[in-house]
Design a protein around this ligand. Structure first.
Ligand code: NAD
Length: 333
């Protein structure tokens, strides 16, 4: 039976893929987005699209009427910038959660799926597993930890069932490649398309597990439906680890570029080794890694070339400039 589903952030990268997937599965989807970080070109014409700000309590109440399942993806996911813009980033990442939770409880929503982040693990020893405590190292991670905690509190108080997803380094077509504060593969691809060299913060020996959007989306979609995922915290992403230097070499090779990366000063609070366990997502969400990093980057480059280079957009001002990367200070002030 088709469900009535609300997806927040449906004009964004992961939200757009999720809306497409849920529509393909035969559900009725309402998608809400204020287009602060997403694009109309990502919005599926088959969904009921509402352009609006989730900080608007009355609007959130209105869109929640008749909804069975909520997928809350809207956020400003600039982890590195969050140390320098905590007021704006917390406002975007925390207030909508409170509005959505209250409206979900008052409207009898059956399941609340939330895309948290690997950032809640902070600087603990990788691989991060779901039974580790929440020890975020930056305001973005702290905001996600707050939202996770609110879900647990509201489950205990009102019986609202949830699934918390902790995705990691998701990439692929439809991603915002114009935002210089996030999505490193997209930033490099965009710079190379404009014949500019890639930039690496620090030594480049940081380890990540970049995760292709298609398989991450299927697992996130399953989270709203699988009984075994109820009231669980689940990492979602690839088991394939890579250093930032190696990831950059792959992008350069796939784009047949002769540029070399420039290494600049490390960013404060950046976690060196950040990758997660995958066993729980395979067991509870049927996650299956089906793209190697090369295959995924190749798909993303094909899409990016169709769009052409994008002018970088610096959306939020820095609230603190002390120890901020010089280029960020210059471009945002
Ligand atoms: N992409 C990743 O690698 C990654 C990793 C871990 C977690 N996440 C989380 O997954 C979610 C989706 O990330 P994404 O990469 O698709 O980001 P994205 O920026 O592409 O999409 C987020 C969307 O939210 C919208 N939005 C922001 N503030 C809003 C508001 N106040 N009201 C309405 N809409 C608003 C933006 O316009 C944007 O379209 C986020 O919660 C993010 O924190 C992403």
């Amino acid at each position: 039976m088709g469900k009535n589903i609300l997806v927040t952030g449906g004009a964004g990268f992961m939200g757009a893929w999720l809306v497409d997937e849920l529509l393909t599965r035969g559900h009725t989807v309402t998608s809400i987005d204020d287009l602060s970080g997403g694009y109309m070109r990502n919005v599926n014409k088959e969904c009921n699209f509402v352009r609006g700000d989730l900080r608007d309590t009355a609007l959130v109440n209105k869109v929640m009427k008749g909804i069975d399942i909520v997928y809350h993806l809207a956020a400003y996911a600039a982890e590195g910038q969050s140390v320098f813009s905590p007021i704006a980033i917390n406002d975007i990442n925390i207030n909508p959660m409170n509005n959505l939770l209250v409206a979900a409880i008052n409207n009898g929503v059956g399941r609340f799926v939330f895309t948290s982040s690997m950032a809640v693990y902070g600087n603990q020893k990788a691989p991060f597993s779901e039974d580790m405590p929440r020890l975020p190292e930056d305001p973005y991670g702290a905001g996600k930890a707050y939202c996770e905690n609110m879900l647990e509190i509201f489950q205990a108080a009102y019986g609202l069932d949830y699934t918390i997803i902790r995705p990691h380094n998701v990439y692929g077509p439809k991603q915002n490649i114009a935002d210089p504060f996030r999505n490193v593969l997209g930033i490099w691809i965009n710079r190379l398309m404009s014949n500019r060299h890639p930039i690496i913060y620090g030594s480049g020996e940081q380890v990540r597990a970049f995760s292709y959007i298609e398989e991450s989306t299927k697992a996130i979609a399953n989270a709203g439906f699988f009984e075994k995922a109820v009231n669980q915290i689940i990492n979602v992403g690839s088991p394939e680890k890579v250093t930032i230097n190696d990831a950059c070499s792959k992008v350069l090779r796939i784009m047949a570029s002769e540029h070399r990366p420039e290494h600049v000063a490390p960013r404060p609070q950046e976690v060196a080794l950040a990758y997660s366990t995958t066993e729980k997502s395979e067991r509870l969400l049927d996650y299956k890694n089906s793209h190697s990093l090369e295959e995924g980057i190749s798909e993303m480059v094909l899409w990016a070339k169709e769009m052409g280079p994008q002018e970088p957009t610096y959306k939020l001002p820095l609230e603190i400039t002390r120890s901020a990367p010089e280029v960020w200070v210059r471009k945002t002030m």
